[in-house]
Write a protein that binds this ligand. Structure first.
Ligand SMILES: Cc1cc2nc3c(=O)[nH]c(=O)nc-3n(C[C@H](O)[C@H](O)[C@H](O)COP(=O)(O)O)c2cc1C
Length: 370
């Protein structure tokens, strides 16, 4: 049998994909200030519908977990209706799309919470700073930056509310017409804060050893799978990432535990950020991919600094079932065609990655210039 390639079909759980090119989730902040998706988002995603699967930008399930100016949410009916226009446009263009369910935990600035503190497994601040909301009347291009704050440690009621928010988010994603959901357990957000030992100092059943630290993730998966069949539920993890003050004492063991949970739940896929070159995130000294594969027999999407050739090599070698592309998708709506025909890629203008409207968003032409 010939080796699989980037262009051969693949099943990610129940989601049948015509090729193995996945559009990675990309926060682009083109929703309204009230976090409602806009028409330009439908255009943007529909242009990219020929990939195997689109993973939406991170989409907040709860206003308490939303700390990104003009990023979308999915906790109100208005948001569900607006997302329905996006998924309809993607389906009409022949595509498939899952919703990345997001809670930012400690990385929400109090500016987004009416001055209240954000919540997290432990009262430990994120490292660095982030975008604050745009002050009224401010017309500068870039948003102001502010440092992360020390969050409030979550109590049992906070945990119960967060789990309920994920279940509601999953139900809303289903009602909005998504083909499934991806639980965002990567990049230092709430679930990752529970997973990694540097940010979880709890002494109750949600902390301590790797079983305790993965309990919240397992419960989120349970909550989400009460609304959507597990073969339409994926998750994204970055167990070796140390960005924003993350870190784990034993990423191998953590990854194995995550894989076991995915296996037990029968999840559609695990989306692993493990860059093969430094860039968006550092290339890890000790990759954990094999630990995931040893514990989980479902589909794995690999991510991080891939190009068509390296992705094809990984797939042919059976090291990945699919590969996702983030930054290349910003300026190349026709990435699948460019890869297929070995055409050069356009460069993105990162000044418009996280701010702006149509410019730098839906005005990148395909290679033929349309
Ligand atoms: C502008 C931008 C926005 C991003 N937004 C998200 C996001 O919403 N959710 C997420 O899980 N990762 C997000 N990422 C990370 C990407 O999905 C991806 O992991 C990263 O860009 C590395 O892949 P690449 O080398 O193909 O770009 C973002 C990255 C960029 C550059």
């Amino acid at each position: 049998m010939p080796a699989e390639s980037l262009f051969s079909p693949v099943s990610l759980g129940a989601i049948e994909c015509p090729n193995r090119i996945v559009m990675a989730p990309l926060t682009r902040a083109r929703a309204t200030e009230q976090h409602v998706p806009t028409e330009m988002m439908a255009d943007y995603y529909a242009m990219r519908a020929d990939c195997g699967l689109i993973v939406s930008e991170a989409t907040a399930v709860d206003p308490l977990g939303m700390g990104w100016y003009r990023a979308p949410g999915i906790w109100t009916q208005e948001m569900v209706d607006a997302w329905r226009r996006v998924t309809d446009a993607v389906h009409e263009a022949g595509g498939r799309m899952v919703c990345q369910l997001w809670h930012m935990g400690r990385l929400v600035l109090p500016d987004y919470l009416g001055g209240e503190l954000p919540i997290a497994p432990s009262a430990i601040a994120g490292e660095g700073e982030t975008f604050a909301p745009r002050p009224a009347g401010d017309d500068s291009h870039f948003l102001p930056m502010k440092p992360y704050v020390v969050p409030r440690e979550m109590d049992a009621a906070d945990i119960a509310r967060a789990l309920e928010s994920y279940a509601i988010g999953a139900a809303n994603a289903r009602r909005a017409g998504f083909d499934g959901v991806e639980i965002h357990a990567a990049n230092g957000y709430l679930i990752d804060q529970f997973l990694q030992s540097k940010t979880n100092h709890r002494t109750d059943g949600y902390g301590g050893d790797v079983n305790g630290r993965t309990r919240f993730l397992a419960e989120v998966i349970g909550a989400v799978c009460s609304e959507i069949a597990p073969d339409r539920v994926g998750m994204r993890v970055s167990p070796t990432s140390e960005r924003k003050g993350m870190g784990d004492e034993n990423p191998d063991a953590l990854t194995g535990a995550i894989g076991s949970i995915a296996q037990k739940a029968g999840m559609a896929y695990v989306h692993l950020i493990e860059p093969i070159a430094s860039g968006f995130m550092e290339k890890p000294d000790r990759p954990v991919m094999d630990k995931l594969r040893a514990a989980y027999s479902g589909a794995v999407i690999q991510n991080g600094s891939f190009d068509a050739q390296t992705a094809d090599e990984f797939i042919a070698a059976g090291q990945a079932d699919a590969v996702s592309f983030g930054r290349p998708y910003i300026a190349n709506p026709d990435l699948v065609t460019r890869f297929r025909q070995s055409l050069p890629l356009a460069e993105a203008d990162f000044d418009y990655a996280y701010v702006g409207d149509e410019k730098g968003y839906i005005d990148y032409p395909d290679y033929a210039g349309s």
